[in-house]
Design a protein around this ligand. Structure first.
Ligand code: PLP
Length: 506
């Protein structure tokens, strides 16, 4: 593709995305107005969360189109939404309806995916601390899983050997397979795999579900250390650059014909795309090496994780899935030529832009000359922003008492939450039209890792979550995603049925 072509395509894409952003703002403003008019938010319900169903569908479609665009015809691609990002059953069902599966990392997340009706074949289980029971359940259900470390792989060896053989005929075992070494040492990775299952049995069995191994290419850190998973000392996966580790990984695959996937997830928000691509290239090279040594396409699927960052600075949805897929196809073309199936695990980038926290301003005061809007949205719905404001700044939009965008001269003010500690602020010194009691504030881009990640400080209730879409008459319709938590539920979840257990029970 020539440079001029490339620029032209980029510009078209940019204009197109600009339109999407404009539409999203129009939809959000209409939803806020309707939420106030319909009483979803008001004096009795001063906090709600809204999800833009049209926007979510558009992102799901954009993701699928982006990978279709760069993949050879007939390629197998499973986009598995990282349930962690927005663990709400109707959201998972909406994504399923849009052709997206689920990546789960705990028994709770697996239960949510199953409650949403997502078939086992569209679910992938990760997590660095799976119990034997969880591993057994996943294998029994036919859910793909990625082992994190040698000890976990040893557990899977034992389970695979013990579980009934899958109904499909076992693949012929290559005759040139090297002799299995039962005392495989893990080099510096700190574990052995031998001892729990007979090595010949391990090699001869077929797993009842696709099994992969998570690797850490150790390519480095992004801007947010806590979200960088490909650092030298990351807790995730087998660290490929540690002494002896790569050799151990190759051996582990050659000894297990049923181990067929490699998994990598280099991090989330703050990790540069180049770094993600570098980690993926390293993983692809490893897959090629293993397949060459195995003399067949033993690794048939590469799980490239999620981690596409989100733009929290404006309504523009950048970087786009299309740009990301193009970058990967440019850097690792072999990944898209049809020999490998792909799994992706995007979370934040699918949902963040489509969520809005809407809160009523209860009081407007001033201290030391600074105006402060005391609202109902704080640490309980925005823990990351409140505790790490530098890393997680949120845009705030001001709306009036009727839910119309608030006009007026911008004045620096604090947007405070309801919790009883001084740091409970959604924004400091933010230039906005001066807010008054009865107005509303919206915390934007909060569809992932915010209101769905309630933090129970001060026993503040989980707010209701509503999805919204345009109705036929040009209005806005809402559907309950999750009702608000009641105070009775708070009491029940706080040991309300065990009032005297400490005074009389001991
Ligand atoms: C958190 C996580 C994801 C999703 O990350 P996003 O930044 O939300 O896209 C995907 N895969 C794994 C293994 C994760 O831990």
């Amino acid at each position: 593709m020539s440079d001029s072509n490339h620029d032209g395509a980029g510009e078209t894409a940019h204009r197109h995305e600009g339109t999407i952003a404009h539409d999203a703002v129009t939809r959000r403003d209409a939803a806020v107005r309707a939420a106030v008019a319909q009483g979803l938010v008001g004096p009795e319900a001063p906090l709600v969360a809204l999800l833009d169903v049209t926007g979510i569908r558009a992102s799901a479609a954009a993701l699928r189109a982006a990978f279709d665009q760069v993949s050879a015809d007939g390629s197998r691609v499973l986009h598995a939404f990282a349930v962690k990002a927005t663990p709400l059953v109707p959201v998972l069902r909406l994504l399923h309806d849009a052709g997206i599966g689920a990546e789960v990392a705990s028994p709770g997340e697996l239960a949510l995916a199953r409650a949403a009706g997502i078939p086992s074949s569209n679910i992938v289980l990760d997590s660095p601390a799976k119990t034997t029971a969880e591993l057994r359940e996943a294998l029994t259900l036919g859910i793909a899983l990625n082992a994190d470390n040698p000890q976990e792989l040893a557990r899977i060896d034992a389970l695979v050997a013990a579980l009934p053989a899958p109904s499909h005929p076992a693949a012929a075992r290559p005759t040139d397979l090297p002799a299995t070494d039962t005392t495989l040492t893990a080099g510096t990775t700190g574990a052995t795999t031998g001892g729990t299952a007979d090595a010949a049995a391990i090699a001869a069995t077929r797993a009842p579900a696709p099994v992969g191994l998570r690797v850490n290419p150790q390519v480095g850190s992004g801007a947010i250390e806590a979200l960088s998973t490909a650092t030298t000392t990351s807790k995730f996966g087998v660290p490929l650059r540690d002494a002896g580790a790569r050799e151990w990984v190759v051996r582990a695959f050659l000894d297990r014909p049923w181990l067929t996937r490699l998994h990598i997830h280099s991090g989330s928000q703050g990790v540069a795309l180049d770094l993600i691509a570098e980690g993926l290239a390293a993983t692809y090279d490893l897959a090629e090496e293993i397949n060459a040594k195995a003399g067949r396409q033993q690794i048939d699927t590469i799980d490239i994780g999620g981690g596409l960052p989100v733009n929290f600075g404006s309504d523009e949805q950048i970087p786009t899935y299309a740009a990301y897929a193009r970058l990967l196809a440019e850097r690792v073309p072999g990944l898209f030529d049809g020999r490998y199936g792909l799994v992706t695990e995007f979370g934040r980038s699918l949902l963040a832009k489509h969520g809005t926290v809407l809160a009523r301003v209860e009081y407007a005061k001033s201290a030391g000359g600074r105006p402060i809007a005391v609202t109902h949205a704080g640490v309980q719905v925005a823990a990351r922003t409140v505790y790490a404001p530098e890393s997680w700044p949120l845009r705030i939009a001001a709306y009036d008492t009727e839910g119309r965008p608030k006009a007026g001269e911008a004045v620096a003010q604090d947007i405070a939450g309801p919790a009883c500690f001084a740091g409970d602020l959604l924004a400091r010194d933010r230039e906005l039209p001066l807010l008054a009691a009865g107005d509303h504030v919206a915390a934007l881009d909060t569809g992932a890792y915010y209101f769905a990640h309630h933090y129970a400080y001060n026993s503040l209730a989980r707010p209701a979550v509503y999805g919204f879409a345009a109705d036929d008459a040009g209005g806005v319709r809402f559907a309950v995603v999750r009702p608000a938590q009641t105070v009775d539920e708070i009491v029940a979840e706080s040991g309300g049925a065990h009032t005297t257990s400490l005074t009389k029970g001991l």
